[in-house]
Design a protein around this ligand. Structure first.
Ligand code: NAP
Length: 310
């Protein structure tokens, strides 16, 4: 069993997943959490923990933080996450998503710390999802390749304690997020009455980010090594997900118009049929993501949206 008391260093804490983890982990009495991000000050407003600026590509700063904080767990949420950015700035993407992860792996090895690395359904080619942990990755865009390489960097680091968590189509709320997410972006557009094209040919397992954060907390508490898929429990097209969201909050579903991936994303291909199967996480971690409608209700409540009664 892992030690009861954990000193957790969180990177990329100002992003969507990072903010949810701050909220989730600062509620745990046996966790000493230090959140880090590129900003001088934290963006998150919920949860309480220490914060210090950190760019994970700055090896010297990472080294100093390991000396000062002596983490028993490092959760790496820092990443280049925009697919188009990854494609346009490949070197910068690789530096953050792969090289910095390999360096974190080496630091964790020396420290004897667990490394928890976030990854994605985009490691798959999308020809035959949904996928479980035994399926073979074969990414089709640069972002996906970098995330698959990040997983391999963790596996190759020789760590005694490591966890890789893949997730898919995350939606949730946060404060001053630099990058929106599909749920927030769509809600804002529908509220403004903007006609919005959404792909019918992308199949996903939409993941409510607080559920993901809970799954990560469970993996750490149980000291689980290896690869886990932590996603939502429903397999659905992005188009149908969009309509569900609209209907749930009495927004106009007619504003959502069908399109296809090749039309919407000509510059960076997307895997079509992904979706992540979560049986292993349910069995080994007791991971219990909400049903999609319950997740939407929780999401809507946080945004102050009225839930439809029809
Ligand atoms: N959300 C999803 O749907 C989803 C799906 C699959 C996998 N994931 C994985 O989950 C992880 C977290 O993603 P997210 O959704 O939270 O993305 P996000 O909201 O874009 O957050 C990523 C964070 O990383 C930070 N960052 C980028 N480069 C950095 C660097 N060199 N040093 C320190 N921080 C850096 C970003 O800071 P700036 O704001 O300053 O750029 C941002 O705060 C990623 O590994 C991603 O691949 C997410």
């Amino acid at each position: 069993m892992p030690p009861l008391y954990q000193r957790i260093l969180l990177t990329g804490a100002n992003g969507l997943v990072g903010q949810a983890l701050v909220e989730r982990l600062s509620a745990e009495p046996e966790v000493d959490l230090l959140a880090t991000g590129r900003d001088a000050k934290p963006r998150f407003t919920t949860g309480s923990c220490g914060y210090t600026p950190l760019d994970i590509t700055d090896d010297d700063a990472v080294r100093r933080l390991f000396v000062d904080f002596a983490p028993s767990v490092v959760i790496n949420c820092a990443a280049v996450t925009k697919v188009e950015d990854g494609e346009a700035n490949r070197e910068a993407c690789w530096n953050v998503n792969v090289d910095a992860v390999a360096a974190l792996g080496q630091r964790c090895k020396v420290q004897g710390a667990r490394l928890v690395q976030l990854s994605t359904d985009f490691v798959f080619d999308g020809s035959s999802g949904p996928y479980d942990e035994r399926d073979r990755p074969d990414p089709i865009n640069f972002y996906g390749r970098s995330k698959w390489a990040s997983e391999n960097a963790v596996r190759a680091a020789g760590l005694r304690r490591w966890t890789i968590v893949r997730t898919a189509l995350g939606f949730g709320t946060g404060t001053n997020l630099t990058r929106s997410n599909f749920g927030l972006w769509l809600t804002e557009r529908l509220q403004q009455g903007i006609l919005t094209e959404v792909c019918t040919d992308q199949i996903r397992t939409p993941t409510y980010i607080p559920d993901l954060a809970d799954g990560i907390a469970r993996a750490i508490r149980l000291g689980k090594n290896g690869l886990y898929h932590l996603a939502g429990r429903e397999i659905i097209s992005v188009f149908d997900f969009a309509r569900r969201l609209a209907e749930r909050f009495d927004l106009d579903p007619a504003l959502i118009t069908p399109t296809t991936t090749d039309v919407l994303h000509p510059d960076a291909p997307r895997p079509l049929r992904t979706g992540l199967l979560i049986l292993k996480a349910e069995t080994e971690l007791g991971y219990k993501p909400r049903a999609l409608d319950d997740a939407l209700d929780h999401f809507g409540k946080r945004l102050g949206l009225p839930v439809s009664t029809s």
